[in-house]
Design a binder for this molecule. Structure first.
Ligand SMILES: [Zn+2]
Length: 388
């Protein structure tokens, strides 16, 4: 019977090659052309069938390999870097982990029935990759989805937030500020009232709610009453019901500011809506058993952890059972999106832990390929999660 460790040993050099290539060639969101070319070159050599024309996502791809009618396992690959700072979120590691896991599980298809999908999802930092793949229907035939993110500690269930971002544009009437101010309707006044209203509401928001706003347009010259003013804001909270009510309250402040100043207001989302992470407990338990089997001390594994950040993996987790665990791959002082994290993201320690991540994800996949009845437990947990 085929063994994960043995296959990993055979594929080690191509996994390392991909990781180094991604690290050495950082590309920001929607510009990951070199990364896509490298992934597809390596995946073709592993006999994956590759779809490269993904609607509206030129740097995305979907690779798959199938045998018979077994479980369809989705593995996520991220590979976008951060502007100006390279792979300071470690997506070089995520990409190589996704590739390695898909290749190992692909080899298992000579013994078990099923399909392995590697979803090449660009632009995680702006949430456009996975939301685009979802919109284009690429998760319809997939039973589960999983990935591992590098982190400064190891944790099974990441509680990430819902997020929505809006451009709130107030439209008033321009007028000469010296000669005829009385003829003007000041859109900047509306923007300032809106901004201040958000600040006043803060005292009544839950501690872990986040609202961050900037004024992106506020007039063109001080001697013209501003006709247009725009506030760009993002809101976050992890509980969906509370989140919806908070968004409503804040957008009501915008409408009130428009009424108070005589402006009209136009409210538009400027980025994809990001959902909170719905962690699958059955998959997380399987992942934990493989972490322990690989030598991680149980005491080092945190069950769940709440952060203020979010990921488009949350959107995936709302439609198919998913996990997005963290494995410690950087120093415990390294914060994501910093130079320190960038330095750590290609260290010998990170590379060693990258192979552990592959081993554990492939372990979960193999459990499911061997015994597809686990899928019904996974799906039951997913449905139960909907009722909460
Ligand atoms: Zn990241």
């Amino acid at each position: 019977m085929k063994d994960i460790q043995r296959i990993l040993e055979e594929k080690k050099s191509s996994i390392k090659e991909l990781e180094k290539f991604l690290y050495d060639n950082p590309e920001i969101e929607m510009d990951e052309y070199k990364a896509k070319a490298k992934f597809t070159e390596l995946l073709k050599m592993e006999n994956f069938f590759i779809e490269e024309d993904i609607p509206n996502l030129p740097t995305a791809f979907v690779a798959h390999k199938s045998s018979g009618n077994g479980p369809a396992i989705g593995i996520m690959a991220e590979y976008d870097a951060l502007p100006g700072i390279g792979h300071a979120c470690g997506h070089n590691l995520i990409g190589a982990i996704g590739y390695g896991t898909a290749v190992v599980l692909g080899e298992m298809l000579s013994e078990f029935e099923g399909s392995i999908y590697l979803l090449g999802s660009p632009a995680e930092e702006t949430g456009r990759g996975k939301t685009g793949l979802i919109g284009a229907g690429y998760f319809k035939n997939i039973d589960i989805a999983m990935m591992v993110h590098p982190m400064k500690f190891t944790c099974l269930k990441t509680n990430m937030t819902n997020l929505e971002g809006y451009d709130v544009t107030f439209i008033g009437k321009a007028s000469h500020a010296g000669e005829a101010p009385e003829n003007g309707i000041n859109a900047l006044d509306a923007a300032v009232q809106f901004y201040s209203g958000i600040g006043l509401l803060r005292q009544q928001l839950k501690d872990d709610a986040r609202v961050h706003a900037i004024i992106t347009k506020g007039g063109s010259a001080p001697n013209i009453i501003p006709e247009i003013a725009t506030v760009r804001l993002e809101m976050r909270h992890e509980e969906i019901t509370y989140f919806r009510s908070m968004v409503q309250r804040i957008l009501n402040i915008a409408k009130a500011a428009a009424t108070a100043t005589g402006c009209s207001v136009n409210i538009e989302m400027f980025e994809p809506q990001i959902c909170c992470m719905k962690n699958n407990n059955v998959m997380a338990d399987l992942f934990k058993s493989h972490l322990v089997e690989s030598g991680v001390d149980k005491k080092e594994i945190i069950d769940s952890y709440k952060i203020g950040g979010c990921s488009d993996m949350g959107n995936v987790s709302q439609i198919v059972p998913s996990i997005h665990p963290w494995i410690q791959m950087v120093r415990s002082s390294s914060e994501a999106h910093t130079i320190e994290f960038l330095e750590d993201a290609h260290s010998p320690f990170a590379i060693r832990e990258m192979f552990r991540a592959i081993r554990c994800l492939a372990g979960v996949g193999l459990d499911i390929l061997k015994d597809p009845s686990i899928l019904s437990e996974i799906k039951k947990d997913f449905v139960d999660g909907n009722k909460q």
